[in-house]
Ligand binder design. Structure first.
Ligand SMILES: C[S@@+](CC[C@H](N)C(=O)[O-])C[C@H]1O[C@@H](n2cnc3c(N)ncnc32)[C@H](O)[C@@H]1O
Length: 358
């Protein structure tokens, strides 16, 4: 049993089961022991690749997107942009390296809950662990950007059992297992009628016994806060997403995923803190806060913001200079491969880009 599991088991024995959302919170963010709090996360040398970690192209496209949003807002100066769930700051670094037109007005604020992620903090930006309060960044509009944050916010799980809808809670099994076998188990706790009615509404009356749904109250709460902060600006969320109804019709092990060391991990209750625990974002649950003004896939979003022109420019640089052109020419050539990965319809290209005009 690892240290975090031992702490959780002791707590569960003393106080009884906790919700799956509380379990995820502990497994990811317990100081020093949770997956992110202990330094796990995005990056080639870490656990999984996100779009900013594919290479600098994603940041270059986002730099262009920021310029277009800055224009739309009437070129405010300062232009506060909050990147929430910034991880090691790679997106911020690549946006700045691309030299956006708005650079002289841009005030980048990186929000990252797990401070240990800042081992390589990008220069020229401020950072903090929580979302600024409304008005804290001035009275003008704010752009709030979150790439693969919402899938990492704690989420609950419910299941349709024989007797009706239940919350999936986490308890200690009470039996001594062999080392590494784990003592955390799921228990089903019947839901009160109002919450069960919500589940029927989301899953549909034809839902089969065994159907599971995610409950993403923390993601909805984050959106509410972000919209208030943006005040006249916009909130842009990029993530893997679906509707609750679609998720209800798929095995839950497909949409709750664990990752570690660039591979899929095991059962989320095994070795808490050793792997990331993520969930596909239920767009309809966010829409109860506010309907997005725009919802398109990442490939479409990146094309609308000039990825093809950046790839063509990179390829031309490589043709003109070849290896003699050094790193800039090689970076130009690699844009072709980065674009393939970022727009792949079976991978990152299928992520949703949700935009709200606050
Ligand atoms: C999957 S990583 C994405 C990192 C980065 N955005 C990227 O695309 O590479 C999610 C990050 O969000 C952070 N995080 C989780 N909850 C947060 C919160 N409430 N506020 C700020 N950051 C949070 C995690 O610590 C983690 O670094």
């Amino acid at each position: 049993m690892n240290e975090l599991e031992a702490i959780l088991v002791e707590h569960l024995v003393a106080h009884g089961p906790i919700g799956f959302d509380e379990y995820v919170d502990h497994a990811l963010y317990t100081p020093d022991l949770g997956f992110y709090a202990a330094g796990g996360g995005a990056g080639r040398r870490r656990d999984f690749l996100t779009s900013p970690e594919v290479g600098p192209l994603f940041g270059a496209v986002l730099a262009g997107a920021l310029d277009s949003w800055w224009d739309e807002l009437g070129c405010p100066d300062p232009f506060p942009v909050v990147e929430a769930g910034a991880g090691p700051g790679t997106l911020a670094r690549t946006i700045l390296a691309a030299g956006p037109r708005c650079a002289s007005a841009l005030s980048l604020v990186l929000v990252e809950a797990a401070e240990v992620q800042w081992s390589t903090h990008p220069a020229g930006v401020s950072s903090r662990t929580d979302l600024p309060a409304p008005g804290e960044l001035g009275t003008g509009p704010v752009v709030v950007l979150a790439n693969e944050l919402l899938d990492n916010l704690p989420f609950g799980l419910v299941e349709l059992a024989d007797g009706g809808w239940c919350e999936v809670a986490v308890a200690a099994s009470g039996t001594e297992g062999p080392a590494g076998s784990g003592r955390l188990v799921e228990v089903l706790v019947p839901l009160e009628p109002r919450r069960a009615a919500w589940c029927w509404g989301k899953a549909g009356r034809d839902a089969a016994v065994g159907t599971r749904l995610p409950v993403q109250a923390a993601a909805a709460g984050w959106l509410d806060d972000a919209l208030e902060l943006a005040a006249g600006g916009r909130v842009v969320v990029i993530d893997y997403a679906a509707t609750t109804r679609e998720l209800a019709r798929r095995p839950w092990t497909e949409w709750v995923r664990t990752y570690a060391a660039h591979g899929r991990g095991a059962d989320p209750l095994r070795d808490p803190g050793s792997c990331d625990i993520t969930v596909e974002v239920a767009v309809d649950q966010l829409a109860t806060v506010a309907e997005p003004d725009r919802d398109r896939d990442q490939a479409t979003f990146l094309r609308a913001h000039g990825i093809d022109a950046l790839v063509a420019e990179g390829a031309a640089r490589w043709r003109e200079l070849g290896a003699a052109g050094g790193l800039p020419a090689i970076a130009g050539r690699s844009r072709v491969h980065e674009a393939d990965a970022l727009t792949d319809p079976t991978g990152l290209g299928a992520f949703r880009v949700l935009e709200w005009h606050a």
